[in-house]
Write a new protein. Structure first.
Length: 507
């Protein structure tokens, strides 16, 4: 792949600006609305993408896909309602920043982490594509069991302030996650006779109920989202706030880089996705932080880590599709349909027979991220003013829009009722100090963890030692043990230092 070839590809993609701009705007709108996913939008627009040239269709779909991943963090930060599962971890620090009157800075952190995380991993994918295509084959069920455990240990992190309630919430989420038919014998479990639950508890109604509807019920009890002491700061949104957010992003540039590569690695694995990447990146960011106790109180690193990983996934998802012919996710599957309709044979041969498409897909993604930062960054100061709207007007709108979104995913009335049930569960959790994020982690990661665990045990005919049979898996086990021991060791050192200081004061 020569430099002249790459320059020609970039020139071609920049020439498709008239397709990329509308796709970015549509992707932002779709991403802001919880429950409206890029794959559903692309399916609705499938006749359009099949009717135009393949280069135009791919530029449109990729720009919409990337913008959707970025936009999911906007409602997560402003009103604690993640636009997608990948943005759920963003609420942990993004919403507390909003409550403190730093909504504009939090949005800028979200935008810069998303764009540069996605841009860095896209350029890395272009350079390392032959090697990265093998990563999905290296990480098998054994290794994925440990990767899932990395995300699940975030439950223990969240439970640190109240261990009993945190663990109860996490295990409750895991119990909800196993509802449906099992992965081996297709035996229904805890479905209560509802056919709508045979495929498991749908993520969108659970996400909408636990966050959107429950938060709307909490909002009714308050006048505004922003705490009283932060209202004046939020009301004075100026360009200086955007500059301050850019300065925060620059200070944490390394955080953007390494968490983006976490997203890239997880994105390459078919079936893992943005939700897993965001939670794992947040957990690892907190683990290696110098001040882990501040996570969850509204700090820049807590916004950067999940958003950078969330968008690092975008290029990773396309790697198995382009290199192996295996779609890395549902959105990639829709793109694959379009490519095959236009006569493209997916897999290693594509890079020899049609390199313009094979590499052009990733070049198009890089160009989309460049256009995206120019589009979205100036809007941060205006978006941040949404939090000043009185909750008496905001809460009913949130409930109405999200209930419709719960119906839109599968078009079942059952899902609307399910969202209301989860809304009540989330509201009760709020009032009794149970963490809804711990519940959601169990719902998202529990079924995926079970799937990989059962698959590994079936391969070994029930021998659990298979979980320790892989050199790479053993390295991941060691890192997992370190991630559990290190916080405990830090806590012990802090308690010891505090006791020594108190003893010195008494002397």
């Amino acid at each position: 792949m020569s430099s002249a070839f790459l320059l020609d590809q970039f020139a071609t993609q920049f020439g498709l600006w008239w397709v990329i701009w509308p796709a970015i705007l549509l992707g932002i709108v779709v991403g802001i609305l919880p429950g409206f996913s890029p794959q559903n939008t692309l399916i609705m627009l499938l006749p359009l993408t099949l009717a135009v040239k393949v280069e135009v269709a791919m530029a449109f779909m990729i720009a919409l896909y990337c913008a959707n991943h970025l936009a999911g963090g906007i409602p997560a930060i402003l009103v604690k309602i993640p636009g997608s599962g990948g943005a759920a971890a963003t609420t942990l620090d993004g919403y507390p920043m909003t409550r403190k009157g730093q909504a504009q800075q939090a949005l800028v952190l979200c935008f810069t982490a998303s764009v540069f995380g996605g841009l860095i991993t896209t350029l890395a994918t272009l350079a390392l594509l032959p090697w990265l295509s093998q990563l999905g084959l290296v990480l098998r069920s054994v290794e994925m069991v440990v990767v899932m455990l990395f995300g699940l240990t975030l439950i223990a992190v969240i439970a640190a302030k109240d261990m009993l309630k945190g663990l109860i919430a996490g295990f409750f989420g895991l119990l909800i996650g196993v509802i449906g038919t099992d992965h081996i014998y297709n035996t229904p479990r805890a479905t209560l006779g509802f056919l709508e639950l045979y495929d498991g508890v749908p993520l969108v109604p659970a996400l909408i109920g636990l966050f959107a509807i429950s938060e709307a019920l909490v909002m009714v009890e308050e006048k505004t989202i922003v705490a009283e002491q932060g209202r004046a700061r939020a009301a004075q949104a100026r360009w200086a706030g955007t500059v301050e957010g850019l300065r925060m992003s620059l200070q944490h540039w390394w955080q953007i880089v390494w968490t983006a590569f976490v997203g890239l690695a997880i994105g390459i694995i078919p079936g893992a996705g943005a939700s897993v990447a965001a939670f794992v990146a947040y957990q690892q960011s907190r683990l290696w932080s110098k001040h882990p106790e501040l996570y969850g109180t509204g700090i820049p690193e807590g916004v950067i880590a999940p958003e950078s990983a969330n968008n690092g996934v975008t290029s990773g998802t396309l790697v198995p599709m382009m290199a192996l012919g295996v779609p890395g996710g549902s959105t990639a599957a829709v793109m694959m349909i379009v490519l095959q309709y236009h006569g493209m044979v997916m897999g290693p041969r594509l890079f020899a027979t049609n390199p313009g498409i094979a590499y052009g897909v990733f070049v198009s993604m890089a160009v989309a991220y460049v256009f995206m930062i120019l589009t979205i960054l100036p809007l941060a100061r205006y978006m941040s003013r949404i939090v000043l709207i009185p909750t008496t007007y905001l809460a009913p709108v949130i409930v109405l829009v999200t209930i419709v979104a719960a119906f839109g995913e599968r078009q079942y009335l059952f899902d609307m009722a399910l969202a209301l049930v989860f809304g009540v569960i989330g509201y009760v959790a709020h009032k009794t100090n149970y963490h809804v994020t711990a519940i959601l982690i169990g719902i998202i990661l529990g079924p995926v963890f079970e799937q990989y665990l059962v698959r590994a045990l079936r391969l070994s005919e029930g021998d659990v030692t298979i979980l320790f049979s892989s050199p790479l898996g053993n390295v991941l086990w060691a890192l997992l043990a370190l991630s559990l021991v290190l916080p405990a060791w830090r806590g012990y050192r802090q308690r010891k230092a505090l006791a020594a200081a108190q003893f010195g004061d008494e002397q």
